[in-house]
Design a binder for this molecule. Structure first.
Ligand code: AMP
Ligand code: MG
Length: 304
């Protein structure tokens, strides 16, 4: 999945800790083999190579991720869309080259995208595509799901106090011993080294951050995020950093990506109507940055 996973856990016994790490990383590795778009032979990459309109049976994990993705695509009117592979690959190459793709390349790629061109059949656990040349990219949801699954693998190994972090995506089970929760610092400012302005104390939840601070392309006086606006096919230029808290990673991860695309007003409206969801948005297109929190985020905020 193109990232590093880290696990922190508490248990009274070292061999149990080692068995837990082993089981959790094995599960993450298994999911990488299914969901990675960096591995040419991942199930994700193979599934779009079949014939047009021909349902392809898929694994339980891939089906689960694609179903969750289609749900949030519907809820956000396509702001979150895992069929953007042709565009995300185009922009990945553009970042390497240091220049934005041309309009013709964007148009061709955009034509091969669109969540309504992908059809899931839950009875058959299969997926079909309306046209050839489509490509999936679950980079906005797979890390959150893998973090959830690592937490589940740890629970099966008898470990209930754990934190799994995949760069901007964290999943947490029970609190460390003697604590009310895991302290998660949300850096609402641009520069590293500044103190965390918000500290959340969380357990049995997930938190994901999306934005342009880590992966972006500076070209033609604009900063393009690695997050694509499905309407235009271009990387976002809105300079938003979005942190979303939810019950689990498969909800928090795509929600942070989706809210980045939706922007502040529509994004907050989406978050407010989701049970258990909270968000913090930092808009760095203004100087100083404008920080907006959802109602639930304000309630969760801790002062210690
Ligand atoms: P995240 O870092 O979780 O915000 O996810 C960003 C990643 O998701 C990108 O690197 C792409 O792989 C993919 N992606 C980009 N734009 C979108 C989008 N609009 N909807 C879904 N996935 C996207
Ligand atoms: Mg995400």
């Amino acid at each position: 999945m193109g990232t590093l996973f880290r696990i922190k856990l508490y248990t009274g016994n070292e061999s149990q800790a080692q068995a837990g790490f082993h089981a959790a990383f094995e599960r993450i590795g298994q999911l990488d083999g299914i969901l990675s778009d960096y591995q040419p032979d991942s199930e994700l990459n193979r599934v779009t190579r079949g014939s047009v309109n021909q349902p392809v049976p898929v694994s339980k994990d891939l089906f689960h991720v694609l179903s969750a993705a289609q749900n949030i695509a519907e809820e956000t009117n396509g702001a979150f869309d895992v069929t953007l592979g042709p565009l995300t690959h185009l922009w990945r190459a553009a970042r390497k080259q240091g220049s934005a793709p041309d309009a013709e390349a964007l148009r061709t790629a955009l034509d091969r995208c669109g969540f309504r061109k992908m059809h899931l059949n839950s009875a058959r656990q299969s997926v079909a595509f309306d046209r050839g040349g489509m490509q999936l990219d679950v980079g906005g949801i797979a890390k959150g799901y893998a973090a959830d699954e690592a937490i589940t693998a740890l629970r099966k190994a008898g470990i209930s106090r754990a934190l799994v972090a995949a760069s901007g995506d964290l999943a947490l089970s029970d609190a460390p011993p003697g604590k009310a929760g895991w302290s998660v610092g949300v850096d609402s400012l641009d520069s590293a080294g500044q103190p965390f302005t918000r500290v959340l104390v969380m357990a049995n939840a997930a938190i994901s951050t999306s934005g342009d601070t880590e992966q972006h392309l500076d070209a033609g006086g604009k900063r393009y995020s690695h997050i694509i606006d499905p309407k235009t096919g271009a990387g976002l230029t809105n300079r938003l950093t979005v942190t979303v808290m939810a019950r689990n990673g498969i909800e928090a991860d795509p929600a942070a990506t989706a809210v980045s695309v939706l922007g502040r007003d529509k994004g907050l409206a989406f978050v407010e109507q989701k049970p258990g969801m909270a968000a913090l948005l930092v808009d760095r297109s203004e100087n100083p940055a404008v920080v907006t929190a959802s109602r639930r985020f304000e309630l969760l905020r801790s002062l210690d």
